[in-house]
Design a protein around this ligand. Structure first.
Ligand code: ADP
Length: 919
């Protein structure tokens, strides 16, 4: 569609009858517009086809001047008369139909006596001119746009593009304008950048993905889109342009259409009819061409920057050798500390460690001369000592031939890897060394069809067993297992395959024929499918440990036998007296099996007091004095009292706390019994000895009673029966009966066996008891008894009858000494004195006589059993010895000294402590 078409369209459609009704003054049919003027310029007639297009074309009744027909701005051209216009081209605009002006050009020529103004339509001409003006403007703008986009810095590219879009939009009144580029990844179109007038709706945004609808447009020419007419082939395309008028200008390069300039809400023919498709293509090219190239440049620069930073990070960079000079990447020059990026190869080599330099030089030469590719790891030569070396990998190659032959390569900092590798290698070497020198052998067995085939042994195999891998196929190994352990060995492989791991022990023969105990721990490794691949394991030589354990076991066995077979009772118990172990003899005493002993309460066989005393004794055990021995008494099942001599040894923890007691005991019951019997027989002997005294003791009341009875009978014979008298006598008899009964009672008590348990008592009781038995007899023999006050408070622990026995012994001995002295000296006045003393801790009972004392040479011996100075049959020699034992058993001491007149015996007894008394 061109403007020329419009004209013909106008002519053809709107003036079909124009030709035949024209008046013909020239004799030929007029073309354009013919105006016949008179000499003044008044229009006489109008002819020609164009007259139908004039708003006013019919001549009036009166001719009007030409100026009345033209538009005002054309008046200047027709000032004066037609004569004046001769020889000029007149451009006149006439008001046309529909207010469309007619642009006409013509000239006047004389016609008869008037003038003919012959005019042609120059609308085409004008349009072309306008178009060319617009094209010029358009090209200028395009050049500017292109210039701006090409020259701006990359950082301003987007701003500049925005400005250029704005310039175009404003210039041609485009409400929405955008550049869409092809996104290479999605192969879809994307709004790269858009501009819209401040009152325009938002059609697009930057970065908006449009997809592929633009592909449906013809990419060789600008496309007009009219939403109203439904010309879109694709509804998505319509949507892209907001279902309104649109205009899309393609930009193509070798790859086809790569950009679109999109104008939204834009009816191009109405708004900018002057712009040809070429102009639009030029504009689009001016925008998209530089934009794409700048974007490429931007991408390139970014990738260069990335590369650069990557090189910096990696410590890598290129190098190139040209003749004898080398150029290196600037970043590399900086890290290497080079002052120049280009320097003689020989100077460059100086930066490397002397140890690597020669090799590098020779390899470079091989590269230069033979084109041998270069790959080498080298160290930098560092001045500072003690720093980890910087390692570089240098690679180089020859490319091109002839003039284009180049020697290029790169250097890569591999210090980290190299140092790590070295550390790893060192660690590996240490590990190898460790494995080789350890008593462990690491092995790998390959799994093959259910069998495990030795595939690797660590080097320690040789020193340990004297074999190499070659000596150890599966069959040979089985052979070398100790015959007793073969079952265990084959079981091991089966268990390993079944359960995935195994830990066992067996003996293996070494190359010298000696057996080693090996602890074998192995694990089965499986692949991703769960199928066995190989077994990895460890042999640890545990021969020493196994033998030691065996020795310990044997010694434990011996110890156990010793303990079991010992006649002594051996046990361990906790501080609360719960047994943890006891041997057979103990079990026998306790009437149970040895296995039943643990858990039994040892204190269960003791009385409350014995148990308390036992525990009290344990509290005195300390790590410094862990041993205590005592005689303990127990009430064993079905027996009388048992007496055990019991030795405890405390076991303490690190804080000195008693955790266990180990005890050894021996039955002392028999000894105890015989001792008791001895005491008893001594007691009986004492009683025997006292018989005379006792007879006297009982005779005395009998005599009194007999006298009373005789007197009463006499009175009765006389018939003299006075009630008061009789009563008095009977009371006397009763008193004497009581007195005799008391003596007999006490004798009976005294003659009884002692209690098992010690009791608390006042020693005064014993003195009283003694006197009740002896006093009368003594006095009967003329011995003066001097008894001092005995009513004092004191408590001792022991047996009151035994203390009495001691006192009787001492008094009887004193009596014997006194009487034998009086035999020689009838004037002698014998006396026995008993008195008591006490202090804070002890009570002392003194028995003193004036019998002349004991021969000092015998003083040492009188406490020995069977020592007596008395004739055979009279003395037993047991009295003092038994007495000594009794007092010692009560924790006291019996001693003797000679006083001026006789012997002075002292019984010292410890006073019971307060807690003993309260218990
Ligand atoms: P026995 O009285 O049967 O001889 P003892 O053991 O009681 O046995 O006494 C041993 C000896 O000690 C006596 O034989 C006697 O020589 C001496 N003896 C004991 N008490 C006295 C005493 N009070 N005075 C002198 N000698 C004594």
């Amino acid at each position: 569609m061109t403007t020329g078409d419009n004209l013909f369209g106008r002519l053809l459609k709107r003036s079909p009858t124009a030709a035949h009704d024209l008046p013909d003054r020239l004799g030929v049919p007029p073309t354009g517009l013919h105006l016949y003027l008179d000499g003044n310029g008044d229009v006489l007639q109008i002819a020609g086809p164009l007259r139908h297009l004039l708003a006013q074309h019919k001549p009036h009744d009166r001719p009007l001047p030409l100026s009345a027909y033209v538009l005002p701005h054309s008046l200047l051209s027709i000032e004066g008369q037609p004569r004046d216009w001769q020889g000029q081209l007149l451009d006149l605009d006439f008001p046309g139909l529909n207010d469309q002006p007619l642009h006409l050009r013509g000239w006047v020529q004389v016609l008869g006596d008037g003038w003919l103004l012959q005019m042609l339509d120059i609308a085409d001409l004008l349009l072309e001119r306008q178009q060319s003006r617009h094209r010029d403007a358009c090209q200028t703008l395009a050049a500017q746009i292109s210039d701006h986009l090409r020259t701006c810095s990359l950082t301003r590219l987007s701003t500049v593009l925005g400005e250029q879009l704005q310039a175009i939009a404003q210039r041609w009144h485009i409400p929405c304008l955008a550049v869409a580029l092809l996104d290479e990844q999605t192969q879809g179109w994307q709004i790269h950048q858009q501009f819209r007038g401040h009152d325009a709706p938002e059609l697009w945004v930057d970065g908006q993905r449009l997809g592929t609808p633009l592909d449906s447009l013809n990419g060789s020419a600008p496309q007009r889109l009219d939403g109203q007419q439904g010309q879109y082939e694709h509804s998505r395309l319509q949507a892209t342009f907001g279902n309104a008028n649109g205009f899309a200008v393609p930009y193509s390069n070798d790859h086809g259409v790569v950009a679109w300039l999109l104008c939204g809400f834009y009816s191009v023919d109405a708004v900018a009819p002057w712009l040809t498709d070429r102009d639009w293509l030029t504009l689009a090219g001016a925008l998209a061409g530089p934009l794409l190239s700048r974007l490429r440049e931007q991408r390139h620069q970014q990738s260069m920057e990335r590369l650069e930073s990557l090189q910096n990070l990696l410590g890598t960079g290129w190098w190139e050798i040209n003749h004898e000079a080398i150029s290196v990447a600037p970043s590399l020059a900086t890290t290497l500390g080079l002052s120049e990026c280009t320097l003689p190869v020989e100077d460059w080599l100086m930066f490397f460690h002397p140890a690597d330099r020669d090799e590098l030089r020779s390899r470079l030469r091989a590269l230069q001369l033979q084109g041998e590719a270069l790959t080498l790891s080298v160290r930098l030569h560092r001045a500072e000592a003690g720093q980890a070396p910087a390692w570089y990998r240098i690679q180089g190659q020859v490319s091109g031939t002839g003039e284009h032959r180049r020697l290029t390569g790169f250097m890569l900092d591999i210090s980290d890897i190299q140092n790590q590798q070295q550390r790893a290698a060192a660690a590996h070497a240490r590990l190898d060394n460790l494995i080789a020198s350890s008593p462990a052998v690491i092995y790998v067995q390959r799994y093959e069809e259910g069998a495990l085939i030795p595939a690797f042994f660590s080097a320690s195999l040789q020193p340990l067993l004297g074999w190499t891998l070659a000596d150890c196929d599966a069959a040979a190994l089985g052979e070398r297992v100790h015959p007793d352990d073969r079952e265990v060995y084959f079981q091991r492989s089966r268990q390993l395959l079944r359960e995935g791991s195994v830990r066992t022990r067996y003996r293996l023969r070494d190359s010298r024929g000696e057996y080693h105990w090996l602890l074998d721990e192995a694990k089965l490794l499986r692949n991703d499918l769960g199928l066995p691949v190989e077994a990895v394991g460890l042999w640890l030589d545990v021969t020493d440990a196994t033998l030691a354990a065996e020795q310990v076991r044997q010694s434990e066995e011996r110890y156990r036998i010793l303990v079991e077979d010992s006649p002594a009772m051996i046990c361990r118990y906790r501080p609360d007296l719960t047994l943890t172990f006891g041997n057979r003899p103990l079990a026998t005493y306790l009437e149970c099996a040895p296995e039943q002993l643990p858990g039994i309460d040892l204190g269960g066989w003791m009385s409350e007091e014995q148990r308390a005393a036992f525990l009290q004794r344990l509290t005195q055990l300390t790590p410094q004095h862990p041993v205590s021995t005592a005689e303990i008494s127990l009430q064993l099942p079905g027996r009388e009292h048992a007496w055990w001599v019991w030795s405890d040894r405390g076991v303490f923890d690190e804080r000195g706390q008693l955790v266990e007691v180990q005890a050894v005991g021996r039955d002392n019951t028999e000894v105890r019994r015989s001792q008791q019997q001895l005491t008893q027989s001594a007691k009986m002997a004492t009683l025997g000895e006292m018989a005379t005294g006792l007879a006297h003791e009982i005779n005395q009341p009998l005599n009194v009673m007999r006298m009373a009875i005789v007197n009463v009978l006499k009175r009765l014979g006389n018939g003299d029966v006075q009630v008061d008298y009789l009563t008095d006598k009977l009371h006397r008899i009763d008193a004497q009966v009581q007195r005799a009964a008391k003596v007999v009672d006490h004798m009976r008590v005294f003659g009884r066996r002692s209690e098992i348990e010690q009791q608390l008592f006042n020693p005064a009781q014993a003195i009283e008891g003694t006197l009740s038995l002896l006093a009368e007899g003594m006095r009967g023999k003329g011995v003066d008894l001097r008894i001092s006050e005995t009513g004092f408070e004191a408590q001792v622990r022991g047996y009151v009858d035994q203390l009495e026995q001691v006192l009787i012994n001492l008094m009887v001995n004193a009596r014997d000494a006194l009487l034998s002295k009086r035999e020689n000296d009838s004037a002698f006045k014998p006396w026995i004195s008993i008195y008591v003393e006490r202090d804070e801790e002890n009570v002392r009972l003194w028995v003193e006589d004036n019998g002349g004392g004991i021969d000092p040479r015998l003083l040492e011996r009188i406490f020995e059993p069977f020592f007596t100075t008395k004739p055979i049959g009279v003395g037993t020699g047991l009295g003092l010895s038994v007495s000594y034992g009794i007092i010692a058993n009560m924790g006291g001491e019996l001693s003797v000294r000679n006083s001026a007149q006789g012997a002075r015996f002292c019984i010292e007894l410890p006073l019971a402590t307060d807690d003993q008394i309260t218990r």
